[in-house]
Design a protein around this ligand. Sequence first.
Ligand code: SF4
Length: 694
Amino acid sequence: VIWLGQPEHSVITTCAYCGVGCGFKAEMKGNEVVRMVPWKDGKANEGHSCVKGRFAWGYATHQDRMLKPMIREKITDPWREVSWEVALNHAAGEFKRLQGKYGKDSIGGITSSRCTNEETYLVQKLVRAAFGNNNVDTCARVCHSPTGYGLGQTLGTSAGTQTFKSVEKADVIMVIGANPTDGHPVFASRMKKRLRQGAKLIVIDPRRIDIVKSPHVRAEHHLQLKPGTNVAVVTAMAHVIVTEGLVAEDYVAERCDPKSFGEWREFVARPENSPEAMAVATGVPPEALRAAARLYANAGNGAIYYGLGVTEHSQGSTMVMGIANLAMATGNVGREGVGINPLRGQNNVQGSCDMGSFPHELPGYRHVSDSTTRATFEAAWGVEISPEPGLRIPNMFDAALTGSFKGLYCEGEDIVQSDPNTQHVAEAMMAMECVVVQDLFLNETAKYAHVFLPGSSFLEKDGTFTNAERRISRVRKVMPPKAGYADWEVTVKLAQALGYPMDYATPEAIMDEIAALTPSFSGVSYQRLDELGSIQWPCNAMAPEGTPTMHIDKFVRGKGRFIITQYVATDEKVTRKFPLLLTTGRILSQYNVGAQTRRTPNNQWHSEDRLEIHPHDAEERGIKDDDWVGIQSRAGETVLRASVSERMQPGVVYTTFHFPESGANVITTDNSDWATNCPEYKVTAVQVMPVMQP
Ligand code: SF4
């Protein structure tokens, strides 16, 4: 810890890293932050924090920050610094030129979970009102879009059902495809405290993550499945619950749709869905699976927490629905201590979905084909909105390669590093005629940009973030925007340059518009947020202080809907040439593509991505700890150092994806979820061989 001086005043704000959304006091000396102190009244963290929120804020003032707008004609030209006015007029002129030449739908926008709710709302408004199409998407596309689809289909809304505090009343905790110790550390501490008090733990994960066996915590069951077989496991658990008479019959009869339940019950009871029949595919011993299903069903209070190991699969949406089926069948939704809890990875991924940054949905998860919803926004925005969903991110890439998508406004998202199959993404970017990147740094995506607009960090702007428990918290400006404008102001100015009359005095005015147009936010205002500290949506006349637990008397959609979850093996199969399965994840001190944490002291704890490999697979290939290894897939190849580890099961290897030079996404394929196109990051067939140090 570096002593930066005695603070003179402090400002309460919210961490800009993970979906826990910890409250912090930014302690200031003049306009400089000297310390980030976890806020004891923050409801998500109650005075706790992790090494990211506490120590990794220095990227905001890092020398790599880009503070001048820049333009260039071709991506091979050097950048030329220009004024904001020139850059914005150039971008607007190019977008108009492209629409004139190639049509209204030839351009689009991408927003990010790094953005505040207010900024994300403005990006989708800019695309819908100023571009005149629905070609807007968000980085949730590559993480929790299956959560949106799966929970929407079964429960009626796309959000976690509980507060974090609810875990304190859980009797059995089931963690599926999530590594809370590294990904959501402050919540993991809360979970471990409950486990130390006697709650039982089931972990479903291909890798032996920390929580399986850590001091004072032991999982009762670790179902160490083969990557890509989640749906087989959840369906087999449902088989046990149905065939052993463990269904909460009264709950289901009162709260769920009887037709869908009857069809689901008949489906899961089939012999081909038994743990024994699924064992070859999953690699999970049937008795362990049966015991885990019994434990969850008889829990009293059974709570499910899941992460990207559920969603980032070709059957990601199916798995989310499978989880909802299990929870409904056992009566584990609608009170404290239970529920379905997606552990959202990023600080505002929940908010970016809530704010309508999907090509098919307006704010509040209302489909663009709904004429009443469209009429509401059309009246407020003074434009006509297309009833047709726009392009998702991967569709934008495909359309760029076929010549029909030519221009992109990308705010706060490094799609070239974070999206799968980097070569494919790069080719698509090169096929576009105008790429506008708005970011703190000249990231990988900026290499393909024609206009660069400097972004602002969370310390330089007002707004709100919404965490994984639907909790809306204030982000407060502690220093002026280093490049002159906050991100929301840049979007406003771009809209104006395009000729659309967008105008707000403050982010508070944007939130007032969101609240006026979005029923689940109708009771949200900065004044209420200041009074209450934070608010969990829905917040309206019926729930003026917000809603900690959802679906208490009935599901948002009315009757809970069961969906049949037929297991379909992924196309990504091991072969003689690619005999191992690669899966990916995060580590505690780094964050996602590392653009922030790599520029902070956190880099000292983890300064490279490594390949974890089981001792058996390592020995077979003559690989020892620290050796350099080449990893080859159907999509590409890269080189990392090896860590030989018994966390892995034989046949499965693992890496993090925090460093651009590691190129983890050079080897991931463009397979994706059938319903949402969320990439299948978690299953890539690879070969691993020792190589010389690069
Ligand atoms: Fe809290 Fe997550 Fe920030 Fe850590 S990274 S301080 S757990 S919000």
